[in-house]
Design a protein around this ligand. Structure first.
Ligand SMILES: [Zn+2]
Length: 94
């Protein structure tokens, strides 16, 4: 699924409900899910990691929708390689 299609799907599925909660609550949910992803990445199964990746993506799309911004536009920052050195793979010092 393309990122813009996913973002529209999240708007259709949760947009109204999430707007009712407000941006700070959405940011809190994104942070919470990011914490769960961090835990799953460290000691979860592949199925748990996939589950948490999906939740983080969903809340990221929800936040973008509430801010009126496009995840596709956000991803474009990396379209031409590393935004700092413009290379792919990146050649920035570690
Ligand atoms: Zn770089």
């Amino acid at each position: 699924m393309e990122i813009a299609v996913f973002q529209r799907l999240m708007e259709q599925t949760y947009g109204k409900r999430n707007r009712g909660r407000g941006v700070p609550a959405t940011v809190a949910c994104l942070a919470e899910e990011t914490g769960e992803l961090a835990r799953a990445a460290r000691k979860g199964s592949a199925a748990q990691q996939l589950h948490e990746l999906g939740d983080v993506l969903a809340w990221l799309a929800a936040l973008a929708n509430q801010l009126g911004l496009s995840l596709e536009d956000a991803a474009a920052r990396y379209r031409d390689g590393c935004p700092l050195c413009s290379l792919s793979p990146c050649d920035c010092p570690p």
